[in-house]
Ligand binder design. Structure first.
Ligand code: TNX
Length: 524
């Protein structure tokens, strides 16, 4: 099969080379190494020539895996959006084709991870090698970023987009590169989350954690417990109307994320942060008080009753329904700030819920507090506050997701003048968000224990997409680079020049970014 694909590739190149009408184009000198790519690739070699993208360019992919064809289609759509060119995918009968982009499934041992890719850009062809469609998808983001905003109309008699030639060998540092949206404190619609996914994918992030429940709102329809959304979904911080995803909405989001090779990690926060669930079904409540809807921003006052069997049957249904709609490997159980749960109850609860998550075929993830319980080594702890918890979890064999609040929380204000956001952990200007090393943030953490990094965006202070984007951008782009690029490439001075050049993309995407004065933004 591979040989057949390669044969098709070679044959097409030969065919293209024989085209009588083909004219040599005198490309200007280019420098692939200087391209403002984010995340910065592992290895880049420039060959100073160029590939001219124009209407005579076609896209071909390996056809043995339909997912590769889908990556080709995705690239074609994005090229159309950026340049207006409508490039055919796998149409071998077009005789006008002069240049090719070939997305090739390769079993080369140089492709060490599923997301690794190699990009060879020459005058007449671009070859993208990847072992998996996921790797190919990461590779085409690099290609998208290399296409200039403006065409060059002086080289030929028609518009042509000049892509610098050379070689890129690339692979991620961490397998998990994510962000979290808190859709509970304020609800965000399916389309708003999709827009966030678009930007995450462009910067090669691969995981979106959705914080689907909290004291102020329950956001995911559970068919066996309908009041969760009927009652618990109708509130949010500040008294707004809330909202929730139907199961169809959620599946739509999961599918959209999958098309972008992004995994959704659903979170139902418990045993604390559960007021909205307990308002819907008061038997769940374990704090001994009458439950009322809550639209404030305090934390730590609610808890499930860890002693009741019915609580666990309820959770079996909830986790089961969500797990069945979530193809990713993870289920996040929260576990943070359970200040009114007795410690022994907390431990009992985490250990019981871990079994339920595993029964439904998922790997449990929880905020660092879960390390107080005897968790399974397959369970993942997400560091946000206490480094000791991360150390303990790692010593027990667990992997750690790094989200230290003082470095990685997107809801921290940039400075004291930022209109939205909080500053309980720190102010996080754009450079501070970029300048930290996930490997040294916890003293005694072996680097093999780090699964990756995640930038959470809590939504107590933001109630619409413009506010959400103002906090997330441009810092999210820095976290994407921290999660992907090798440590030796991480350099603020170099990064800020590349970040400056993201303005054109952010503006085209209509993303409301914070125009930090640390950056000399370049809009074209
Ligand atoms: C702490 S981080 C929380 C959230 C808040 C956030 C605000 C974590 C696991 N818990 O409940 O929204 O701070 O920054």
């Amino acid at each position: 099969m591979i040989y057949r694909t390669l044969f098709v590739f070679v044959a097409i190149i030969a065919l293209a080379a024989c085209q009588p009408q083909k004219k040599e184009i005198n490309y200007p000198k280019t420098d692939l190494v200087a391209a403002p790519l984010i995340p910065k690739p592992v290895k880049t070699i420039a060959t100073q020539s160029a590939f001219g993208l124009d209407a005579q360019t076609a896209i071909y992919t390996s056809t043995n895996d339909p997912a590769f064809e889908a990556v080709g289609q995705f690239l074609s759509e994005k090229i159309k959006g950026k340049t207006g060119l409508d490039l055919a995918v796998n149409n071998t009968s077009d005789a006008t084709v002069e240049r090719l982009i070939f997305i090739n499934q390769s079993d080369s041992t140089d492709l060490a991870t599923p997301e690794s890719y190699q990009l060879y850009i020459k005058k007449d062809s671009i070859l993208l090698n990847a072992k998996t469609a996921e790797g190919a998808f990461r590779g085409i983001q690099t290609l998208r970023q290399l296409i200039p905003e403006q065409s060059n109309d002086t080289l030929t008699d028609h518009p042509l987009w000049v892509i610098p030639s050379g070689k890129i060998m690339d692979a991620p540092k961490y397998a998990y590169r994510g962000s979290m949206l808190d859709v509970s404190r304020h609800f965000f619609s399916v389309d708003e989350v999709k827009k966030y996914i678009d930007a995450m994918a462009y910067y090669k992030m691969n995981t979106l954690h959705l914080h689907l429940s909290d004291d102020q709102g329950w956001r995911i329809e559970i068919k066996s417990w309908p009041k969760l959304t009927e009652v618990g979904g109708a509130t949010e911080v500040g008294g707004g109307e809330g909202g929730f995803y139907t199961q169809e909405d959620y599946k739509d989001l999961v599918a959209y994320a999958a098309k972008h090779h992004i995994t959704i990690v659903p979170e139902i926060d418990m045993p604390g942060h559960t007021n909205a669930a307990s308002v819907s079904y008061p038997f769940l409540n374990g704090n001994g008080k009458k439950v009322e809807p809550y639209t404030g921003t305090q934390v730590g006052f609610s808890t499930f009753d860890a002693q009741k069997d019915t609580v666990y049957s309820f959770l079996d249904d909830v986790i089961g329904e969500i797990a069945a709609m979530s193809p990713g490997p993870y289920f996040h159980i929260g576990g943070d700030e359970s200040h009114v749960t007795k410690k022994s109850d907390y431990i009992l609860f985490i250990e019981k819920v871990e079994k339920i998550v595993q029964k439904h075929g998922k790997r449990m993830v929880g905020w660092n507090e879960i390390a107080q319980a005897k968790i399974d080594p397959s369970t993942i702890a997400q560091l946000w506050s206490n480094p000791k918890d991360a150390e303990n979890a790692a010593a027990n064999g667990s992997k750690i997701i790094m989200s230290p609040a003082h470095k990685a929380y997107l809801d921290m204000q940039y400075d004291s003048l930022t209109k939205f956001g909080l500053h309980w952990a720190s102010y996080i200007p754009v450079d501070v968000g970029y300048n930290w090393d996930p490997e040294t943030i916890v003293e005694n953490l072996p680097k093999e224990s780090i699964l990756g990094i995640e930038a959470p965006l809590w939504s107590e202070t933001i109630s619409n997409i413009a506010e959400l984007e103002y906090l997330a951008f441009p810092r999210l782009i820095g976290y994407a680079e921290l999660g992907w690029s090798p440590t030796e490439h991480l350099n603020w001075e170099d990064y800020k020049e590349r970040l400056a050049k993201q303005a054109a993309y952010l503006e085209k995407m209509n993303i409301n970014y914070y125009p930090s004065k640390l950056i000399d933004w370049k809009k074209d």
